[in-house]
Design a binder for this molecule. Structure first.
Ligand SMILES: [Zn+2]
Length: 514
């Protein structure tokens, strides 16, 4: 199942960014029918009749005719997607079906397409099928479908966003789940082939040598982020590559410098895991005109493999990007599975905690700075908690507190694990353990993994006790044990009962044999 991790650092807020993009997209007004292109070939009389019939029946415009290239039922669902520019940017989609019976298709993120056209017998007119709640029912005998996803129209009507899409010049970007119609029952054994034409696209998947994508229906449930057009660069890591789409050029960095920055950021994951968790990840960089803030917004989607989007101020200077945390935070989400149900105290807590550890371990920050950042965040979280219990704070599930209470819990668990294993194992071993057990996990499996790494059962009892306590209970005592002291001059790190343990947190540690 898919889920989304979203981050906001508060400057500026997403609505402000959205407004900025809205005024800068330069989009043209388009019509609101499902398909507006003229037929490619002369119309046959039967086709003309079909158009007239469908126009009078539902008041919408029929798709371009004659019927699609895919007329026979094949062994794959076959998508042919065309990126078109007139009258506005849009995706025109043909789907050749692999099964002839009645079936239901679905937009995982509904609302972008109102009508899907079903083709059956070549002599019969295409049927206009209404999309209701994102869902469309195909009658028996349907061999292919067509629809149009009006990209610019939707961005204009709803405002730019990570799901609805954004645009700069001729390039467009959006979430696949908004435009890709997929079977409601999305079996991993149902084969999908997808062809794209009209623009250089970046999708989460690597194309086959012939240029198309060979997928399964399960890959379409959360199909990540998609870019059409824009610039491309690549960052190489040991055993992995980042394929990067840049929607518009950055003002003070060339494309190669953007990839260098992302490559160095991704390299910091190797202070937490021995190898990069995926052989290839797609990253979409969306520069926001007139803004110099490096980290405006970031999001990871659980496509297979996951994909990442970053809103970056187009005016950001190289040194500001080097000091940025948002790209690192998003990439650190690659180190844990998708938790079902969504459990931000685990997922956001882990990414927030390891952001500071990775920066210290890689030498990007001195350890004192990492502790200062953690303590500042814990203080923000404690202010938001206002004396409430951990359970109440988790129920509230509101940023930034949920991130920081999650980071505090990550620190507590890391310390417990290191105490239990004489500093030989830590929280990253829990993540390595889970990485070998599938792309999704549950809070219960997380607890079981903690017990497995600790070598004894303690999570359940620990968790039940913590839930009843104030959210940041025990912080001062923990810092004293670790030798972390806040002085008027800043953080001082001193010898203390657990200062060796603290040093093992700040140093690269060995991952377990999972
Ligand atoms: Zn996050």
């Amino acid at each position: 199942m898919g889920s989304v991790e979203a981050e906001v650092d508060g400057t500026p807020s997403l609505p402000v960014v959205v407004k900025l993009l809205l005024t800068r997209c330069g989009m043209k007004k388009t019509g609101d029918g499902p398909l507006h292109r003229l037929p490619r070939r002369p119309l046959r009389l039967s086709s003309l009749l079909a158009i007239i019939l469908s126009l009078s029946a539902c008041g919408t415009v029929a798709p371009r005719l004659p019927p699609p290239r895919q007329e026979a039922v094949s062994r794959s669902l076959r998508y042919h997607v065309t990126y078109v520019r007139e009258p506005g940017h849009a995706l025109e989609v043909e789907v050749g079906l692999d099964q002839p019976g009645e079936q239901e298709f679905l937009f995982t993120q509904p609302g972008g397409v109102k009508t899907v056209w079903a083709f059956r017998d070549p002599a019969a007119p295409p049927l206009a099928l209404p999309v209701q709640g994102g869902s469309v029912r195909l009658p028996r005998g349907t061999h292919s479908l067509r629809y149009r996803y009006p990209l610019d129209e939707i961005i204009r009507e709803r405002g730019p966003g990570f799901f609805t899409g954004m645009g700069r010049g001729d390039a467009r970007y959006l979430a696949g789940k908004s435009w890709l119609l997929r079977p409601r029952v999305a079996s991993p054994s149902r084969r999908v082939e997808l062809w794209l034409e009209g623009a250089n696209a970046l999708l989460p998947w690597v194309p086959a040598p012939e240029g198309h994508y060979v997928l399964t229906a399960a890959d379409l449930v959360d199909s990540g982020f998609h870019s059409f057009g824009g610039h491309r660069c690549q960052a190489r890591l040991p055993g992995a590559v980042l394929d990067v789409a840049i929607l518009a050029p950055m003002r003070h960095l060339g494309d190669a410098a953007v990839c260098d920055w992302l490559g160095r950021t991704a390299g910091q994951l190797l202070t937490v895991r021995r190898t990069f968790p995926y052989p290839r990840v797609a990253v979409h960089v969306v520069p926001v005109e007139g803004d110099r803030t490096p980290n405006l917004f970031g999001m990871l989607m659980w496509s297979t493999p996951p994909s990442i989007s970053l809103l970056v101020g187009q005016e950001a200077r190289p040194e500001a990007l080097e000091a940025d945390w948002a790209a690192l935070h998003e990439m650190l989400h690659l180190l844990h599975p998708a938790f079902v149900p969504r459990t931000p105290w685990i997922s956001e807590g882990l990414a927030t905690y390891f952001t500071e550890l990775a920066r210290a371990r890689s030498g990007r920050h001195p350890p004192e700075r990492a502790w200062a950042e953690l303590l500042r965040g814990f203080e923000r979280g404690r202010e938001q908690a206002a004396g409430r219990t951990l359970e109440e704070m988790i129920e509230e599930d509101a940023p930034p507190g949920i991130y920081w209470v999650g980071a505090y819990l990550a620190l507590l668990l890391d310390v417990e694990l290191r105490r239990a294993t004489q500093h030989q194992r830590g929280l990253e071993d829990v993540l390595a353990f889970l990485a070998g057990r599938g792309a999704t996990s549950t809070p219960a499996a997380y607890g079981a993994a903690v017990d497995a790494v600790a070598g004894r059962p303690f999570f359940e009892e620990w968790w039940a006790r913590r839930l009843r306590e104030p959210a940041f209970a025990g912080l001062e005592g923990l810092l004293e044990a670790l030798g972390v002291t806040l002085t008027p001059g800043g953080i001082q790190l001193r010898p203390a009962r657990d200062s060796l343990l603290r040093e093992s947190l700040e140093a690269r540690s060995a991952s377990g044999p999972w």
